[in-house]
Design a protein around this ligand. Structure first.
Ligand code: 3PG
Ligand code: CO
Length: 553
């Protein structure tokens, strides 16, 4: 039985309106021409940094600080917002799958047994992101799963690939497909009929999120399930090379692999097993719904094969989606949002569609919906659909700022929480000029929110979930930009391992509040206890320690 009552903070008052601003993809890095935050005009964020040193610091946002397997793992929004909201560090999907594969437990679980009943007569389909980015999936986990499933009776395997170029360098898809092809060739030598069946770029095929654009999922469905796509190839390496002539990895159009009679080699049929091998939820939930929900009506599926479907993880614990899964997800319980609502803190959360679930679903420990609808309001601003955000780098930053401002001025809420997506979403396009514009727009949104906080005598906390826009090139160990064979600068579309800033302030911040200096390794998970303090409460004992102290002078 959870006791939800939080102890009162010994000195800090309750009832101050608190704005909690998360800049997505906003890390701290040396100021050079590839640091878009440095290049952009960001007077608001600059002034926070140049203000009182006790009210601005850096915190860790990658690797073990956010529950990822190694210190080489860059941060990402899922684990970042989980840590920010939950106040503790949980072993994340990437790590849980590693452990289950290493111990072999993955094959003993209910999920694997469920799908393996199709191995005798049906095909095993594996659908997911093909890269070693470690954000949504990892190639080495797919390789182990292919091996493990074939050793346990899968005789016919079809892989439906989604090319990356977003968590890894653009152009790296070719190498990943080559590696997979050589693995599949080895399986064929051992008598397993294993092939790539279809593919497409992750941002154009299948991996939409938060129901921004169902057409993305439909394009994947047509290729994966129906074996239909505008492009047909007999070989996946050729497919990717050819389609890259007109698009980058993230946006390759859908294709199917066909045999010599132009027949698709691997549509999903009655009696087949399907596994979506991404461990991260946000960009797999929509496909999971299409595969699992009887009454699905977001697009015409045309063909609804009777299959056994399992996710690598269960993607949504509240919706129990999917019902079968290979590895149990992290159990992120007792999040700060749930505590605060129980203690009377009225909460408003807002972002635009592409990041909406970050400040709600991920923030609340991968849980959909409200804890208490009377205490909470979540506002989603529709994102522009069907564009890459470098053409609209301002995105909805000002609209988010306005919504937050109005929520603050309404005085109906104690916490107003937003995610401002620009640095991340535009950073992922690799367009440096556009990312500079994006950072400026994000800064303007922060300004708008802080001004509202000043009007109501409140407090602000400004931080970020991981790095992205502060470094747009791949570098060698000593930090020098790297060039490819043809002398072209290697653009970094992915996140980084840099720390992120956190700043506190506002007229409502009690005198004497400052960052402690005895948590030098503080990370995103330390923010929840900090925020609870600023709402006038002490965090539960097992939360990571607060970053602040109150000194009397
Ligand atoms: C994406 O899904 O867009 C990227 O893989 C990761 O970005 P995010 O973690 O910032 O959402
Ligand atoms: Co990102």
């Amino acid at each position: 039985q959870v006791s939800w009552k939080l102890a009162d903070h010994p000195t800090l008052p309750k009832g101050k309106t608190l704005a909690l601003i998360v800049l997505d993809g906003w890390g701290e890095y040396k100021p050079d021409e590839y640091n878009c935050i440095h290049v952009a005009q960001t007077p608001t964020m600059d002034s926070l940094k140049q203000g009182t040193p006790e009210k601005w610091r850096l915190i860790r946002a990658h690797g073990k600080a956010v529950g990822l397997p190694t210190e080489d793992d860059m941060g990402n929004s899922e684990v970042g917002h989980n840590a920010l909201g939950a106040g503790r560090i949980f072993a994340q999907g990437a790590k849980l799958v590693d452990i289950a594969l290493a111990s072999g437990k993955i094959y003993e679980g209910e999920g694997f047994k469920y799908i393996s009943e199709c191995f005798e007569k049906g095909t095993l389909h594996l659908i997911g992101l093909l890269s070693d980015g470690g954000v949504h999936s990892r190639l080495d986990q797919l390789q182990l799963l292919l091996k493990g499933a074939s050793e346990r009776g899968a005789k016919r395997i079809r892989v439906h690939i989604l090319t990356d170029g977003r968590d890894v360098l653009d152009g790296s898809s070719v190498g990943f497909v080559e590696t997979l092809e050589s693995d599949l060739a080895k399986l064929r030598e051992n008598g397993v009929d294993a092939r790539i069946a279809s593919g497409g770029g992750r941002m154009y095929v299948t991996m939409d999120r938060y129901e921004n654009d169902w057409d993305v999922v439909k394009r994947g469905w047509d290729a994966q399930v129906r074996g239909e796509a505008p492009h047909k190839f007999t070989n996946a390496v050729e497919a990717v090379k050819k389609l890259r002539e007109n698009a980058n990895d993230q946006y390759l159009p859908p294709f199917v692999i066909v045999d010599e009679n132009e027949k698709a080699v691997g549509p999903i049929e009655d009696g087949d097993a399907v596994v979506t091998f991404n461990f991260r939820a946000d960009r797999m939930v929509m496909l999971a719904k299409a595969l699992e929900h009887q009454d699905f009506d977001k697009f015409d599926r045309v063909k609804i094969p009777k299959i056994r479907y399992a996710g690598m993880l269960q993607y949504d614990g509240e919706l129990k989606l999917p019902g079968h899964y290979l590895v149990s997800p992290p159990e992120i319980d007792r999040t700060s949002g749930e505590y605060l609502v129980h203690n009377g803190v009225r909460t408003f959360a807002c972002s635009e569609t592409v990041k909406f679930g970050h400040v709600t679903f991920f923030w609340n420990g991968n849980r959909s919906g409200y804890f208490n609808p009377e205490m909470e309001e979540y506002a989603e601003i529709p994102s522009d659909v069907g564009i890459t955000f470098n053409v609209q780098p301002k995105m909805k930053a000002l609209e988010i700022g306005e919504k937050a401002r109005d929520a603050i001025l309404s005085r109906k809420f104690d916490q107003v929480r937003v995610n401002i997506p620009n640095g991340d979403m535009v950073g992922h396009t690799g367009d440096i000029q556009a990312t500079v514009v994006a950072c400026k727009a994000a800064d303007e949104a922060v300004k708008m929110i802080i001004e509202a906080i000043e009007q109501v005598g409140g407090i602000y906390v400004v931080t970020a979930d991981h790095g992205n826009a502060e470094d747009m090139v791949k570098r060698n160990k000593s930090g020098q930009p790297l060039y490819d064979k043809s002398g072209k600068l290697q653009i970094l579309t992915s996140h980084t391992c840099q720390p992120v800033p956190i700043a506190i302030g506002g007229p409502g911040l009690a005198a004497g509040v400052r960052f402690r200096n005895d948590v030098p390794d503080g990370g995103l998970a330390n923010v929840a206890a900090t925020v609870m303090n600023l709402h006038g409460y002490v965090a539960p004992n097992d939360y990571e320690p607060t970053l602040i102290e109150v000194v009397n002078n």
